[in-house]
Design a protein around this ligand. Structure first.
Ligand SMILES: O=C(O)C1=C[C@@H](OP(=O)(O)O)[C@@H](O)[C@H](O)C1
Ligand SMILES: C=C(OP(=O)(O)O)C(=O)O
Length: 418
């Protein structure tokens, strides 16, 4: 449990955040599949990226880590030449699991993929079906469409139908393995794609490793080793930008410029619509207190990792906030719609769950010990309620280690609290 106290004065600071989880895990996988040795800088070290480091090592890549310098070198491998069985444990990491399964399917040997209980509860069915269509044998020893899974390739590639409404990670994972498939890959989406900017990010990272890709297909080819600088994490940035909006202070997130690959930088646009003052340049994003915050009606299907952050901001607005388009976040680390509404109600806030989102009405949070459901984003978002209200406690705060082990220390420093 961690107890947080309100800020004494609004922050006025610049923060340097750890590297993007999503970009780190893409760059690690592309480097692992590349010819030659790549050097990645600005790398995130957290549970999710450690899971990916373990996974690419199991694939046969040679990895050297310099955590203090946030640097990893990766000598790539060709999984198509693999001989023996391997097993990969993705822990709680959706990206690691959904990106690794297609990579394991490149191997002409058996690969087993598993994760912890939280990840075992998340869907893999569309990926299982797609890999079968592409020529792999997939065993589902527990439950259909759930981890653990065992895959034996090699996949030959070609055309494949894929639903898009559950997660974009299936598409990203298939695309990254695509160039190593004999026939390349052409995906036909059978339902609307969620989290679209993450697929654009996938294509951008693939292109940086020498394989031009669009968001739906890729020709056969090899990745080339490269030097790659990972941007700071834009989802992590949402907590700091929200803190500035809630307190009326100023926080600049360095290194997240207008050219960012991460869709979640658009969380700042939502704050701007709520009345916060936002400025962006090539080096960073700044939020500084503007007018009193207004409620908004917003579709967050592209930036759903920031929906819980917005719920915390919405508590401090002067009218209701309605968030739409994110029914699929019920299948993340927890049912995030139910969790955020349940916890805000626990603090006496008027919050309502909808099939596709939630409505939050402003209020003053009562002293509350919040449950986090083992979801790092519940912990990080709910901690923002402490900025202006006393008596806020967060249960199991260590769950932030999934993507941001130093979150509480960094938030305390940025908002000048002990
Ligand atoms: O591809 C990625 O890096 C991610 C895609 C998103 O997941 P979905 O596509 O499942 O929404 C996001 O929530 C997750 O944190 C990271
Ligand atoms: C949903 C998330 O992660 P993943 O799907 O990569 O486990 C997240 O980081 O909020």
């Amino acid at each position: 449990m961690i107890m947080l106290s309100p800020v004494e004065q609004p922050p006025d600071t610049t923060v340097q955040l750890p590297g993007s989880k999503s970009i780190t895990n893409r760059a690690l996988l592309c480097a692992a599949l590349a010819e030659g040795t790549s050097t990645l800088t600005g790398v995130l070290f957290a549970d999710d990226t450690r899971a990916m480091l373990g996974a690419i090592t199991a694939l046969g890549a040679q990895v050297t880590v310099d955590e203090a310098a946030a640097t990893v070198t990766v000598r790539g491998t060709d999984p198509r030449a693999a001989t023996g069985p391997v097993s990969v444990f993705a822990n709680q990491s959706g990206t690691t699991a959904r990106f690794l399964l297609p990579a394991l399917a490149l191997r002409p040997a058996r690969g087993v993929l598993d994760g912890d209980a939280q990840l075992r509860a998340r869907p893999f069915g569309p990926l299982v079906e797609a890999l079968r269509t592409l020529g792999a044998r997939v065993e589902e020893p527990a439950e259909a469409g759930r981890l653990p899974l065992a895959v034996t390739g090699p996949v030959h590639g070609g055309r494949v139908p894929l639903p898009g409404h559950l997660s974009s990670q299936f598409l990203s994972g298939l695309l990254m393995a695509g160039p190593l498939m004999r026939d390349g890959l052409a995906v036909e989406l059978t339902s609307p794609l969620v989290s679209v900017p993450y697929v654009t990010m996938t294509a951008a990272v693939m292109t940086a490793f020498g394989v031009p890709a669009d968001g739906l297909g890729v020709a056969p080819g090899r990745y080339r080793a490269t030097g790659y600088a990972v941007e700071p994490d834009a989802s992590a940035a949402s907590y700091f930008l929200a803190a500035a909006a809630i307190t009326g202070g100023r926080i600049t997130v360095a290194g997240l410029g207008t050219g960012s690959l991460q869709g979640d930088v658009r969380f700042a646009d939502v704050l701007e619509r709520m009345g916060a003052r936002v400025s962006r340049d090539a080096d960073g994003i700044t939020v500084s207190g503007g007018e009193p915050l207004r409620g908004v009606d917003v579709d967050m299907a592209d930036i759903s990792d920031t929906a819980q952050t917005l719920a915390a901001v919405a508590v401090h607005a002067d009218g209701p906030t309605r968030v739409r388009g994110i029914g699929f976040i019920r299948r993340k680390e927890t049912d995030r719609l139910a969790a955020v509404v349940t916890e805000l109600r626990r603090a006496g806030i008027d919050a309502e769950e909808h099939e596709d989102g939630f409505t939050i009405r402003p209020g003053r949070p009562a002293p509350t010990r919040f449950d986090t459901y083992g979801d790092h984003r519940m912990a990080m978002s709910l901690s923002l309620l402490s900025l202006r209200s006393p008596g806020i406690e967060i249960d199991n705060p260590r769950c932030v280690a999934k993507t941001y082990p130093e979150f509480f220390a960094d938030l305390s420093r940025a908002t000048a609290r002990a």
